[in-house]
Design a protein around this ligand. Structure first.
Ligand SMILES: [Zn+2]
Length: 402
């Protein structure tokens, strides 16, 4: 395959390659980078100097040597820039400010009021995003590259490339150009994406899992799935990939908010948990201030409320059915589970693992499962901003000597 790249393009590719080597290691040196990338030492030195000037890389003293001059150690400057990430769920929204390594320096969670009409919901949501982002901006520390932008994650079908919300199934919002609406209010770039994609990206980038293929399940009011294939988010032709929440697991099943029947999220989401409580004769949980319904159910289950424990077990079983389907289809190296329902890990994880032993095939039975970072979606939304701005160099496999 022949690729036509001009000198400036080559410089950018090489800069990206060198920066990603430095970013991926605690410390490194010019000679190590030369060996890893195959670039000659003079080219590496020139590129590293440029990255030091841009304050993306720092020199932090000398390393050890088995003979000859001690190498100068290089470290990625994690605080070179910050980004704001907003995780919007049906019942609440979380806003974080994080640095380029996903380290959170500010976090705020606010409850969201329910609005019957989609138009009212959209208006109130935009108002709230503006208020919360303004507070996050005030809390953003000064840095060489400043605030890189704002990432907003939503629980629905979102096209990242064009910044449009196609459909939020649980609140019936459709064809909403949220990126344009928000961009009018901010001087920095705004990106929007699906919540599970953001969660997957956070887990992939910041958990040090050393895997290239990962599936992230975001289980809450609905279920979203983010898929990392060969180190990249898999978005599909129209950017809509990962809607496993709406895969059919019962051919003649319950009607879903998407209009179909028997979707996975009708059996493994928060509303199904409430149904299982009802079906096993449990009392409907009462709303308490500052606590979500799932947190209340979890508290009671931990205090031996048998109906609630049974409901969590049934939920775990159905989560297992869907996860087995995904494992059998994608064969990932790692599954991470996030969203509000992941807080009930002690009740649901053993059930998921039990079901996988029956329904996953071959080596998929032993795919490791892990509970995600509690703020994975918000951090991932911020991380996408960092990747789209600060690290938006062309991605390619091999460095090119100039
Ligand atoms: Zn559905």
């Amino acid at each position: 395959m022949t690729i036509n790249v001009d000198a400036a393009g080559m410089r950018r590719i090489n800069l990206s390659t060198v920066l990603s080597v430095i970013r991926g290691k605690r410390t490194t040196s010019r000679i190590d980078i030369s060996q890893i990338t195959g670039l000659n030492k003079a080219t590496v030195s020139y590129l590293v100097d440029e990255l030091i000037q841009e304050q993306l890389v720092q020199e932090i003293g000398y390393g050890s040597s088995s003979g000859g001059r001690k190498p100068v150690l290089l470290k990625f400057n994690a605080n070179a820039a910050y980004a704001i990430g907003v995780d919007i769920q049906i019942t609440h929204m979380t806003t974080v400010v994080s640095n380029t390594r996903g380290e959170v320096v500010y976090r705020q969670t606010k409850q969201l009021a329910a609005h019957e009409q989609a138009a009212l919901y959209q208006e109130k949501l935009v108002e709230m995003i503006l208020v919360e982002v303004a507070a996050a901006m005030k809390a953003t520390p000064p840095s060489p590259h400043g605030l890189a932008g704002i990432g907003v994650a939503l629980p629905g079908i979102v096209n990242f490339a064009v910044g449009t919300v196609y459909y939020l199934p649980n609140i019936n919002v459709a064809n909403w150009d949220l990126q344009s609406v928000l961009s009018q209010h901010f001087k920095v770039p705004v990106f929007i994406d699906n919540d599970a994609n953001c969660g997957a990206w956070c887990e992939f980038q910041h958990r040090n899992l050393r895997v290239q293929n990962l599936v992230h399940i975001n289980a809450g009011v609905g279920i979203g799935v983010g898929v990392i294939v060969n180190g990249q988010l898999y978005r599909g032709k129209d950017g809509l990939a990962g809607e496993f929440g709406h895969m059919t697991i019962a051919a003649i099943g319950l009607e879903c908010s998407c209009g179909n029947y028997g979707c996975w999220e009708e059996y493994a989401s928060e509303r199904s948990l409430l149904r299982y409580i009802r079906e096993s004769g449990g009392k409907k949980p009462q709303a308490a201030s500052g606590w979500s319904v799932v947190e209340q159910i979890l508290y009671e289950a931990q205090h031996d409320n048998r109906a609630y424990i049974r409901a969590f077990h049934t939920l775990g079983e159905y989560l297992g059915v869907g996860i087995a389907n995904i494992l059998n289809g994608l064969n990932p190296e790692q599954v991470t589970i996030g969203g509000m329902l992941s807080r009930a890990a002690t009740f649901i994880l053993p059930e998921i693992e039990r079901v996988l032993q029956h329904r996953a095939i071959l080596l998929n039975k032993s795919t490791p499962l892990m509970i995600a970072n509690a703020n994975a979606v918000a951090i991932g939304a911020a991380e996408l901003v960092i990747d789209q701005t600060l690290f938006s160099y062309p991605k390619q496999g091999n460095a090119i000597d100039t």
